[in-house]
Ligand binder design. Structure first.
Ligand code: ZN
Length: 213
């Protein structure tokens, strides 16, 4: 099946104009072993371009343009917002800014990560690293929001390691108990990789003792 999309007329929550948007209505699940940051395999990565939509009238970028906003459309004309281009990675960075404004911080972190994946696939290691650092910055700016979120805490270990913050991963994750035995074991693996200065992509089934079904 792959993926099924359809064109829908959606009204932008930021400016009120309507536009035709491509919406995913069906997709087959990725059953392969994910990377430690949950990045899907190559085939499913080709779908991530549908994870961000843009209003052609005001430039609002989000998972869907009818998601309500807690800012005025003037923000979308600001220099801060427009320092990113309209390529796929740039749209994810804009989505991250929007999500931060909308106070959905986990989504903001993930939008930065998706921008990093786009750059990974483009072979632009420098930009990929910059996007991961932006994700860490969102996390650090709203630390209290993530205090009881072991999944995001674990995800950040990978984002930090992949962007070269080895000392920090060792300091914050080595020997640390997290939400479940599984998360604790994966966090220990991240700390081990960080100790070796390994910033490469690793898969969940490389973690000792973890079986991915
Ligand atoms: Zn709009």
């Amino acid at each position: 099946m792959g993926i099924v999309t359809e064109e829908q007329e959606l009204r932008c929550a930021a400016c009120g104009e309507t536009s035709a948007q491509t919406v995913v209505t069906e997709f087959d699940a990725d059953t392969s072993v994910p990377d430690l940051d949950m990045r899907p395999d190559g085939e499913h990565r080709s779908y991530i371009k549908y994870w961000v939509s843009k209003c052609p009238h005001c430039g609002y970028c989000n998972a869907a343009i009818d998601i309500p906003v807690s800012f005025t459309k003037e923000y979308l004309a600001s220099d801060r917002y427009n320092c990113f281009d309209d390529g796929l990675a740039g749209r994810f960075r804009k989505m991250a800014l929007v999500c931060e404004k909308n106070k959905v911080y986990a989504e903001a972190v993930k939008a930065c990560l998706y921008a990093a994946w786009v750059n990974d696939d483009l072979g632009d290691a420098e930009q990929a690293c910059e996007c991961r650092k932006a994700a860490v910055k969102v996390y650090d700016s709203h630390r209290a929001e993530f205090a009881n979120d072991p999944d995001m805490t674990l995800l950040l270990a990978d984002i930090m390691r992949r962007s070269g913050s080895f000392d920090r991963v060792v300091r914050e994750y080595k020997g640390r108990q997290l939400g479940s035995e599984l998360i604790t074991v994966i966090a220990a693996f991240e700390a081990e990789l960080a100790e070796k200065g390994d910033d490469k992509c690793h898969k969940a089934d490389e973690v000792p003792g973890v079986t991915v079904i």
